[in-house]
Design a protein around this ligand. Structure first.
Ligand SMILES: Cc1cc2nc3c(=O)[nH]c(=O)nc-3n(C[C@H](O)[C@H](O)[C@H](O)COP(=O)(O)OP(=O)(O)OC[C@H]3O[C@@H](n4cnc5c(N)ncnc54)[C@H](O)[C@@H]3O)c2cc1C
Length: 430
């Protein structure tokens, strides 16, 4: 069932799968086992929860329906971007200065936690601390950047950002924009190798991982019991970390997230890579349906972009993404594309993550395209909450996005209408 949900998205044909560090296969679950915590999902949220719980002495079993990193964590753009999906100024408008700053501080902590994980567990994942740019597709975006910068500097006490003029932006990335908002602390990495590194650390801390073991049912009568096709885990707590792939397990939790298809290509290694993105920064543009790109360690352009409003992936992902890449970089017209794949981004109505608990069922998902660094922190916060330390968990829990209107049945069509509206606004901006 879960395999079907992610099918056609070609992770096997991704640049990441082709350059993955060696990792062991983990046998599927058979029989009945006991644990303190059972984690459903082997992406960064689930692995971080498992690792942090094991480090606190809990007995942890992690169930992954496919392979470790097989969800968004192993196939994303690898862009490390400080903050939540909504900007700092909007956070202040929604929540007031004090709460907005506390939320931003947590998101900033997430960045530090990922760097700490990479260093502490010696994770080889092509980390590049080369900054992140949001590039303006319209002159009007520059005013928004100014407001954002002002808020980040004065309210969030975050001095790492600055505005780039059109010429400075062009020197950083060779595509014509009106300017950019530059964050010196952004960067990029190989997300599958980071995820596999987290799995290695979790195993070293005592976590038992079972792959090809989709959780089919969570039974809450008399403690938690999570069933798979050939076994079950009995535990005191469960963490649901299936993100966009969680399906048919908990309708209440799933009604807050929407899976949206997103597609990436990787070119052949570029002899002129250093001219395409001289700064080697991670880059996204200011479109609502964002184009995002960066260079890989071996000089390919990894470019994600395009809009798709039906649940099925395009028949030819490469042909689907190429026009967006060539519109951004006409100088790359006709260059060979070696890899093309897709994944499901989970978005929420508010674009804030959905983090919380329902009895002994804990969950965190819906990072809305900003999960590369937030997911590792979210997993840690879930474990803090399980251990009774709820302060920081409550901050994220309080974001509590609304369910999609109409629940699981209607969320698709209504979302499509919304996205079409925003996509039209993007086109009118030019
Ligand atoms: C194409 C793409 C590009 C992206 N680019 C960026 C980016 O550049 N920067 C950024 O910050 N964010 C980006 N994101 C978002 C980011 O990748 C995610 O927010 C993050 O990886 C979510 O991690 P996770 O562990 O919560 O979920 P996932 O990594 O999706 O892991 C969930 C896992 O749970 C498993 N699972 C689900 N249901 C079950 C079940 N019932 N039983 C057992 N296992 C189950 C799945 O197989 C999967 O492996 C992108 C996402 C996509 C799809």
């Amino acid at each position: 069932m879960i395999m079907g949900f992610n099918s056609g998205l070609d992770i096997e044909r991704s640049y990441y799968a082709a350059t993955a560090n060696p990792s062991p296969l983990h046998a599927p679950l058979t029989g009945e086992v006991d644990a303190d915590l059972v984690v459903v999902g082997g992406g960064c949220t689930g692995l971080s929860a498992a690792l942090h719980a094991a480090e606190r002495g809990m007995k942890v079993v992690l169930l992954e329906g496919g392979r470790i990193g097989w969800g968004a964590s192993g196939r994303n753009g690898g862009q490390m971007i400080v903050g939540l999906r909504k900007g700092a100024a909007e956070l202040v408008k929604l929540y007031g200065r004090e709460r907005a700053k506390a939320l931003f501080d947590l998101a900033f902590e997430a960045w530090g936690l990922v760097l700490e994980m990479i260093e502490r567990h010696a994770i080889d994942c092509d980390l590049r601390k080369t900054g992140h740019l949001v590039c303006a597709i319209s002159a009007g975006d520059m005013a928004w950047f100014e407001r954002e910068l002002e808020c980040l500097t004065t309210v969030m006490d975050y001095p790492h950002m600055r505005i780039l003029s059109a010429a400075e932006s062009r020197a950083a990335v060779d595509s014509p924009y009106h300017g950019a908002l530059y964050d010196a602390l952004g960067g990029h990495m190989h997300p599958l190798n980071y995820t596999l590194g987290l799995a290695r650390a979790a195993i070293a801390a005592g976590v038992t991982i079972h792959e090809a073991s989709p959780a089919l049912r969570v039974d809450r009568r008399g403690g938690i019991r999570v069933e798979t096709a050939k076994g079950a885990v009995r535990a005191r707590h469960v963490v649901l970390a299936g993100d966009a792939l969680l399906h048919g397990i908990d309708t209440k939790v799933e009604s807050r997230i929407m899976p949206v298809g997103n597609y990436i290509v990787a070119t052949e290694p570029l002899v002129d890579a250093g001219e395409v993105i001289p700064s080697n920064a991670a880059v996204s543009d200011s479109r609502f349906v964002v184009n995002y790109y960066r260079l890989s360690a071996d000089g390919r352009l990894l470019f994600g972009g395009g809009e798709r409003y039906t649940p099925s992936p395009p028949a030819d992902i490469q042909a689907f993404v190429r026009p967006h890449m060539e519109q951004t970089f006409p100088q790359l017209k006709g260059r060979r594309i070696d890899y093309a794949w897709g994944g499901l981004v989970s978005v929420t109505t508010s674009r804030f993550p959905h983090v919380g608990r329902d009895g002994e069922v804990y969950f965190a998902h819906g990072y809305s395209g900003k999960g590369v660094i937030l997911s590792t922190l979210a997993g840690k916060l879930l474990v803090e909450a399980i251990a009774g330390e709820t302060g920081r968990f409550d901050l994220f829990k309080g974001l509590n996005p609304m369910p999609f209107p109409g629940g699981a049945a209607l969320r698709g069509p209504l979302y499509v209408l919304g996205m079409l509206w925003y996509a039209m606004r993007d086109r009118l901006k030019h």
